[in-house]
Design a binder for this molecule. Structure first.
Ligand SMILES: Nc1ncnc2c1ncn2[C@@H]1O[C@H](COP(=O)(O)OP(=O)(O)OP(=O)(O)O)[C@@H](O)[C@H]1O
Ligand SMILES: [Mg+2]
Length: 1078
């Protein structure tokens, strides 16, 4: 993107005013205040029109960076805040583009920053001019010439630690493109007196200290020097070390610079040898020696130093020694040799040292020029940089100050001339009427000094050349005569009545009222310094040296070229060179940098108003402003003017279509600026008063604020709108993306759900199919299995007989059969007896036959019993039936029963039929007799028994007398209700009769029988079969028996054995009949 061109102006953000021309009101106070205000804000540069005032900041400011160089590059002079770069750029561009040679005049007092300014200008030009290997080398050489010249020509003074002790003018040459080609340096009046003597607190030239500090031991030995400063008379000791200055490092820098500039090694060495020789000269001391003619002749005290000097320089020692003792004066082929006294010898020594050094310096400048001179013959454009000593006013001002101040006068002259000329030219160029400007012209002072007939310098020369005794006093007298009437010259002896009473003026002094102030000069030394005498013997001695450099420095020492004419005086030389310089400068477009020193302490941030005021005065800066403002204070080309103020008028804002001049006219008319306040030039508008300009500026500022508000408003609107649009766009994008995302997500969900459902369905279907298939398969398998089994069975059935496997079953069945067979056969042989009571039974041979075995036993037993029963007759059967009945009735009830079991029931024990005695009885009974037995009938009264025949028929019970066989009682069976008996082993029993029956009238019967069981059983059976009623049989050891009316209890007790084994019966009382049973 192309860098936006921002039109700025010097008038923007000004601190104070950037251009003194605009100062209102203009006086010394406001001027100084403005400078101070700017200085306090680190604005060390201020303009007076195109002149730059520079106030030394005494500290490094960040305003010289490559970025700054870029800022000021190709910008108009008034576009940015005042800067030395703006001036450099302006100069360089008008040189390059308008083909105008330039000169940059830097003035100011010692320590004001001239040398620094000149270096800044050079470095700026070097930075902006063309590039390329060759060009860079030229640049490098031009820049590196500075350290070399500073080492030899600068020294520490009380005012400046790096004070230039010579004037320097450097022409930098460029080709048509603006690329540097080379340069030429001119030097003016080196302060050579410093070589032999320095004021208090000051030093000799830097190079001496640099050499002693920085040279290697080897080099020092070679130069027969010692490192110790105190060894040398020419070196001041009280300020040998300068704060913040590293002499040793600077020495290396200088040697390096010499190399870059193009000095050969041997040349550099020669230079150092001369420096060493000068140092050592100072150590030569003289002593007086009386001569025959009574005069004192000087002799060298210690010839060692002289010897070393001669060895170093290749001079014949005797020649040099003689030159320090004698002086040869030649006049018209005559040579007169006079001896030198000690003072003269010292003078000669110092003169030699000074000359040697100053000539070396000039040689250096020439040598550098040789290196840096342009190689081509094409036409060159030139930019001259003049860094010359500023106006000097000391306590004691001597010849040097006079010369320096003269030079400054000339510079002021040229400044005035050129400024006015330029101003005038501009007016003419712009077609503006030229009005006279009232200002102080210092031409009169220049004339006082340089006038060829009665100027001070001319008179000094005259004095120097005049035969006879010439002293400084005679010179002063002459001045008093010639210049007395000059309004800028004052002296005590001046004839001008105005100054006659001026006792403030010491004798042997004169005062010149320079443009910058009054300066009092001590006349002492003027003549000598102007003469600058070096005895010919010395120059000849030097010429004889084998050291080529030294030899070349003293060409006048060549006897072949002997010139009896006096060499030009220092004053006339200087005048001539200044004249040349002025001529040179007049052909060029001047640019001024006026340096101001803010304090005497070399300190930052201190602004000494008195000191600055003094400088402003002698630099004539107020004059400068006045000249500049004489006609019109401010001028500006129409385009930038219109550009800057067009917003003040509706017609011109924002665009003016027509020519700029017409635009400005419209603008000024609109703003109702009075006609006399401005004038229209050809390309520029001229404003008479700064006030008008400031009014314009104020209006502009006001309008700018309004415009800024407008811009802000529009910008804010635009910003909000674009922001809104952007937000909306973003919102749409986000929404679209979000929708897409949401849809995608939804789709994914549906898809995955569908997949799930699908998979379930598929799974279900598949499983169903699988199930069916499985079922089918199982059916097939089952069918196959069944078929296989069926086939197998069939086949097996078919083939079984062929297989051994079937033998098992057969063998088993066979074996089983055999075992059963054998069992049964064995059983046949082992059969027990057929007696049902035989318990024997063969043992069981096999377990599996257990149930069979038991069953067989049971069956056999049943069979055996049947067999047994089958043997019985009917009678036997009856008997057994009765027995069975008896068993049922009495078993386990009556103790007598078991003994009855074995007795067969006979029933008819008494064989009535056969016994004739019972014939009658037998006849009486028609029925069948079941029982016929003899029983004991118990008497109820006493218990005694009577035998009776007991007969039982089918229907009756009969009792008969045993002897007679007479029937005593007959009881139908229906009247028998019950039979009672004891449980014991006795044969007693009672037959209870039905109450009320006939038989019962005599009461129940009580009997005892041996066959009780049989009788009771038969009675029971007969009753049952006859009456169909079961006769009750009570078995109890106590029962009641009905005797007639009484009931008697029959009780059976355990009787004792002594009564025999027959039970006894006894009537105990009415109610009790006791039967004792053994
Ligand atoms: N622009 C500057 N920025 C920073 N320091 C500066 C600037 N100009 C000058 N100085 C300081 O002031 C000192 C003196 O400056 P400079 O040597 O240029 O003075 P001068 O005017 O050349 O003096 P003289 O007439 O004695 O040679 C410098 O050594 C430097 O420390
Ligand atoms: Mg300087």
């Amino acid at each position: 993107m192309a860098k936006m061109e921002v039109k700025t102006s010097l008038l923007d953000n000004m601190i104070g005013v950037g251009d003194m021309v605009l100062l209102e009101p203009l006086n010394e106070e406001t001027f100084i205040n403005n400078l101070k205000k700017r200085f306090d804000h680190n604005e060390i540069y201020t303009y007076i029109g195109s002149v730059v005032i520079s106030v030394n900041p005494y500290r490094s400011l960040p305003i010289y960076s490559p970025e700054k160089v870029e800022d000021y590059r190709n910008r108009n002079f008034y576009e940015l805040s005042p800067h030395i770069f703006a001036l450099s750029d302006e100069a360089y561009r008008s040189l390059r583009d308008q083909d105008k040679d330039q000169c940059i005049l830097i003035t100011g007092e010692s320590g004001a920053g001239k040398t620094e300014a000149s270096k800044l200008v050079m470095s700026y030009v070097a930075a902006v001019c063309g590039k390329g290997a060759e060009v860079n080398q030229v640049k490098e050489q031009l820049l590196q010439s500075n350290p070399v010249l500073e080492a030899f020509g600068n020294a520490k003074t009380v005012r400046n630690d790096n004070s230039s002790r010579f004037g320097k003018y450097m022409d930098i040459e460029f080709d048509f493109k603006g690329d540097p080609l080379g340069g030429v340096i001119s030097n003016y009046l080196l302060e050579k007196s410093r070589v032999v003597k320095q004021p208090r607190g000051e030093r000799n030239f830097h190079v001496f200290y640099q050499l002693l500090s920085g040279a290697s031991e080897e080099l020092l030995n070679k130069l027969t020097l010692e490192r110790d400063f105190s060894r040398y008379n020419y070196l001041s000791l009280d300020s040998a070390k300068v704060n913040g200055v590293d002499d040793a490092a600077n020495f290396r820098t200088v040697r390096n610079a010499m190399q870059i500039v193009g000095f050969m090694d041997h040349e550099a060495e020669s230079v150092l040898e001369v420096v060493a020789a000068v140092l050592k000269l100072g150590n030569i001391e003289f002593k007086p020696e009386s001569r025959v003619n009574g005069l004192d002749e000087s002799k060298i005290k210690d010839k060692n130093e002289l010897k070393e000097i001669c060895e170093l320089t290749g001079i014949d020692q005797s020649v040099l020694e003689r030159a320090f003792s004698f002086r040869t004066v030649e006049a018209k082929q005559e040579k007169v040799s006079t001896t030198l006294n000690v003072a003269q010898a010292y003078y000669a020594r110092d003169a030699l040292a000074k000359n040697l050094y100053s000539r070396l310096f000039s040689w250096l400048v020439n040598r550098i020029n040789e290196s840096i001179k342009a190689q081509t013959k094409v036409r060159k454009k030139v930019m001259g940089v003049l860094d010359i000593y500023g106006f000097e006013i000391f306590e004691d001002n001597s010849f040097e100050q006079f010369i320096i101040n003269y030079c400054n006068e000339k510079l002021q002259q040229i400044f005035i001339e050129l400024t006015l000329k330029e101003e005038q030219e501009e007016y003419i160029r712009e077609g503006i009427e030229w009005t006279h400007i009232d200002y102080f012209n210092n031409a009169i002072i220049c004339d006082l000094i340089e006038n060829n007939t009665n100027g001070i310098l001319a008179m000094l020369d005259e004095e120097c050349l005049r035969p006879g005794t010439v002293t400084d006093e005679t010179f002063l007298e002459k001045l008093n005569q010639v210049c007395a009437t000059h309004q800028h010259f004052e002296s005590r002896m001046s004839k001008s009545s105005r100054f006659l009473n001026d006792t403030s003026l010491p004798h042997s002094c004169f005062r010149i009222q320079h443009y910058a102030g009054k300066v009092l000069y001590q006349v002492e030394g003027f003549v000598d310094k102007n003469n600058d005498l070096l005895y010919r013997d010395l120059s000849q001695a030097m010429w004889k040296a084998s050291h080529t450099l030294i030899k070349s420095l003293f060409p006048e020492g060549n006897p072949a070229k002997i010139n009896l004419k006096r060499p030009p005086t220092a004053g006339s030389q200087f005048k001539a060179s200044v004249a040349t310089l002025m001529k040179n400068l007049q052909t060029k477009n001047p640019n001024y940098i006026r340096c101001i020193k803010p304090n005497d302490k070399k300190a930052a941030h201190i602004f000494n108003e008195a000191l600055v005021c003094h400088q402003i005065r002698y630099l004539g800066l107020l004059e400068n402003v006045r000249v500049r403002r004489a006609g019109y204070a401010f001028r500006q080309a129409y385009e930038p003017c219109l550009e800057r103020y067009k917003m003040l008028c509706k017609q011109t804002w924002p665009h003016w279509k027509g020519p700029a001049r017409a635009g400005v006219e419209v603008l000024f008319n609109e703003l109702e600026i009075p006609m006399e306040e401005y004038s229209f030039g050809r390309s520029k508008i001229f404003i008479r008063n700064p006030r008008t300009l400031f009014k314009l500026e104020d209006l502009r500022k006001q309008r700018l604020e309004d415009l800024a508000t407008l811009i802000q408003k529009i910008y804010r609107g635009w910003k909000c709108r674009t922001h809104f649009l952007l937000m909306r766009k973003s919102q749409i994008v986000i929404a679209a993306w979000y929708r897409r995302y949401a849809q995608q997500k939804r789709y994914q969900q549906i898809k995955s759900s569908a997949l799930v459902i699908q998979s379930y369905i598929r799974g279900w279907k598949a499983r169903k199919i699988l199930r069916e298939l499985k079922h089918q398969k199982r059916c097939e398998e089952a069918a196959t299995t069944i078929a296989a089994y069926w086939h197998g069975t069939q086949v097996r059935r078919e083939y079984r007989k062929f297989f051994r496997a079937n033998a098992g079953k057969k063998i088993y069945e066979f074996t089983l059969q055999r075992i059963v067979q054998k069992y049964f056969l064995e059983m046949k042989n082992k059969m027990p007896s057929l007696s049902p009571i035989d318990k024997n039974w063969p043992s069981r041979p096999y377990l599996f036959l257990d149930s069979t075995h038991k069953e067989l036993k049971r069956i056999f037993h049943l069979w055996r019993c049947k067999k047994y029963r089958d043997q019985f007759t009917d009678q036997q059967k009856l008997i057994y039936e009765e027995k069975l009945e008896a068993s049922e009735l009495f078993k386990d009830k009556k103790a007598l029963y078991p003994s009855s079991v074995g007795q067969p029931f006979q029933g008819a024990y008494l064989e009535i039929n056969k016994n004739p005695k019972y014939k009658k009885l037998k006849d009486a009974i028609e029925e069948k007799i079941i029982i016929a037995e003899v029983v004991n009938k118990i008497n109820r009264a006493n218990g005694k028994s009577t035998s009776r025949i007991f007969l039982l028929t089918n229907n009756n019970l009969l009792l008969a007398d045993q002897k007679s066989g007479q029937i005593k009682s007959e009881v139908p069976l229906v009247d028998v209700t019950k039979v009672s008996m004891s449980s014991q082993n006795d044969g007693f029993f009672a037959i209870h009769l039905k109450e009320g029956s006939e038989a019962a009238s005599k009461g129940d019967f009580l009997f005892s029988s041996d066959h009780l069981i049989e009788m009771a059983t038969k009675l029971y059976r007969t009753t049952l079969s006859q009456t169909k009623q079961k006769l009750s049989i009570e078995i109890s050891d106590e029962f009641l028996v009905q005797f007639r009316q009484d009931k008697v209890c029959v009780k059976f007790i355990q009787g004792n054995q002594k009564n025999g084994s027959v039970p006894t019966c006894k009537r105990k009382n009415n109610r009790l009949l006791e039967v004792a049973v053994p």
